[in-house]
Design a binder for this molecule. Structure first.
Ligand code: TNX
Length: 518
């Protein structure tokens, strides 16, 4: 055995022994010493900040019941402060115009430009976060959380962070159609994504297996079309008030909801509910399998008036700029019929004041100038997407072999599909949105999204198990500058999230290859 191997072996024994010791301490009765906690460093912040300068040796301890001040007459700052106070058990926030001794200041500062940019300063006396917007303050608060230990005294490292996102669109998608998830489950998903600075929640609200949003004038969509899911369970749907509640909750996390009505394919639940939407005028039975591509709306006036009602109501309910119209896997339609429906759907969305997002298959239709494509293929070349991007269409990247959260981690993963995977955490992290698509200019990339399809996902635990840790990896790809991109430091950062997830009761996948902190 060489010298290096011997040293490695000694190190391994010491690490294992230290681990056993910590565990033993943790299980001792009261009165015994607590395990030593490490003060976190700027290198632990996930996603990695754009610029960070540590102040060696400086720490600040947020006291119990800490004071939080916010710029006077700034309701956004006050909202973020209330959220922060809830997280750390601080006192009710009060107005203040500068750093506060022994506390935390959230200050409006127009000099911090960029929609979600913020500056965070920690010295021995105070924490100060400055931003030009509520969104910036909220992202800064997430960074502050990353600096706080998951339990015990809130000792945080000193220094200064100047941070801003690489991409404006950083999405997470939840498929509530294959399996239905109630408002509380969606809110939990929002909270987990918000920790990693995700700013769009894409809800896949309709598919073959279920229609999940109430639409006035079309009651059978939910009375009948929502009554099942994959495997034959009871399904469910959101009332319009439920949907408003999700939007309002997301807004408190500075997250914008993008609702999707998938069309013209993935529409069996709608066709089963209303026979007039099918070309043959008969309603198919409800579907609880996982096949794709077999259903399609008929390209005629009955369909267009249905779409105008559905998309019009969703537009009215949705404050965000986007309505997702799907467009994937409609294999029973001719190319012409597919293009006619997707053209018409974009016109309807535009007429209701929104921009359409479509899966990149929609590039087979003429694209409206405001339409955004979401790229899901594992093949990084698509000539229609190349042409669309060259004429100004923007693209969200969700390549299934990197960004799909529904793929197994490895062959042994207890749930998940494998058609684009399995996808390890390293594969979910190691790609560059700016260069992923061949012959598409980096300037066409609006952002990144991580979709969680739910054919095999039936519970909140299942959501957490497939989403984490990979959602954190994709969120870093979307937020952090490419200069910070490095798997060997990322995996350390990721491992340091484990105590946080444990404290929140998150059932994440403790995959091998990541040095999970216990
Ligand atoms: C493909 S890619 C789909 C979904 C499935 C998913 C499963 C795309 C836009 N559609 O309908 O749920 O694969 O991984």
């Amino acid at each position: 055995m060489g010298r290096r191997a011997v040293l490695a072996l000694i190190a391994a024994v010491v690490i294992v022994a230290a681990g056993v010791g910590t565990w033993a301490l943790a299980t001792r009765p009261h009165g015994q010493p607590e395990p030593v906690r490490r003060v976190l460093t700027f290198a632990d912040v996930l996603p990695a900040p754009a610029e960070a300068v540590a102040a060696p040796g400086v720490t600040f301890t947020i006291p119990p019941g800490a004071t939080i001040v916010t710029s006077p007459d700034d309701p956004e700052a006050a909202r973020v402060a209330t959220y922060l106070a809830g997280l750390i058990g601080a006192a009710t926030p009060r107005p203040g115009s500068g750093p506060v001794e022994g506390g935390i200041a959230l200050l409006h500062d127009a000099a911090v430009t960029g929609d979600e940019a913020y500056e965070l300063e920690v010295d021995a006396h105070a924490v100060t976060i400055r931003a030009g917007s509520g969104a910036g303050l909220f992202r800064g608060v997430q960074t502050l959380r990353q600096l706080m230990p998951a339990s015990g005294p809130l000792v945080i490292p000193g220094g200064r962070i100047d941070d801003r996102p690489r991409y404006a669109y950083r999405g997470a998608m939840l498929d509530v159609a294959r399996h239905f998830f109630d408002v509380a489950a969606v809110e939990r998903f929002i909270d987990l994504a918000a920790m990693y600075k995700v700013n769009y929640l894409h809800l896949h609200l309709s598919d073959d297996q279920g229609w999940r949003i109430a639409v006035d004038g079309w009651p059978r969509l939910t009375e009948y079309g929502a009554t099942t899911q994959v495997g034959g369970g009871a399904g469910g749907f959101y009332t319009q008030d439920d949907y408003r509640a999700i939007i309002a909750y997301a807004a408190t996390r500075y997250m914008t909801v993008v609702p999707e009505i998938d069309l013209p394919g993935h529409t069996n639940a709608a066709l089963a509910s209303y026979a007039q939407l099918s070309c043959d005028g008969t309603a198919p039975p409800l579907f609880t399998g996982i096949a794709v591509g077999f259903s399609a709306l008929c390209p005629d006036d009955a369909t267009y008036s249905f779409l105008d009602d559905v998309l019009g109501e969703l537009a009215a309910l949705t404050p965000g700029p986007y309505l997702h119209i799907g467009g994937d896997e409609a294999s029973t339609l001719t190319a012409g019929d597919y293009a006619r429906i997707v053209d018409r759907a974009q016109q309807i969305v535009t007429a209701h004041g929104k921009a359409a997002v479509g899966w990149h298959d929609a590039a087979k239709a003429d694209l409206a100038s405001t339409t955004v494509l979401e790229y899901w293929s594992t093949n990084p070349y698509d000539e229609r997407v190349v042409a669309a991007a060259a004429s100004g269409t923007r693209v969200i990247l969700a390549p299934a072999n990197h960004a799909y959260l529904d793929q197994k981690y490895d062959q042994g993963t207890r749930i998940g599909l494998t058609w684009a995977g399995p996808t390890s955490v390293e594969e979910s992290y190691d790609w560059d949105p700016a260069t992923y698509l061949s012959r598409v200019d980096a300037s066409a990339v609006l952002g990144v999204e991580a979709p969680l399809w739910t054919e095999t996902v039936a519970t909140v635990d299942d959501i957490e198990y497939l989403a984490l840790p990979r959602l954190a990896a994709i969120a870093e790809v979307a937020w952090s500058p490419s200069t910070t991109h490095d798997w060997s430091t990322f995996r350390e950062r990721l491992g340091a999230q484990a105590p946080r997830w444990d404290a929140l009761g998150v059932d994440f996948a403790r995959v091998v290859g990541v040095p999970w902190v216990t």
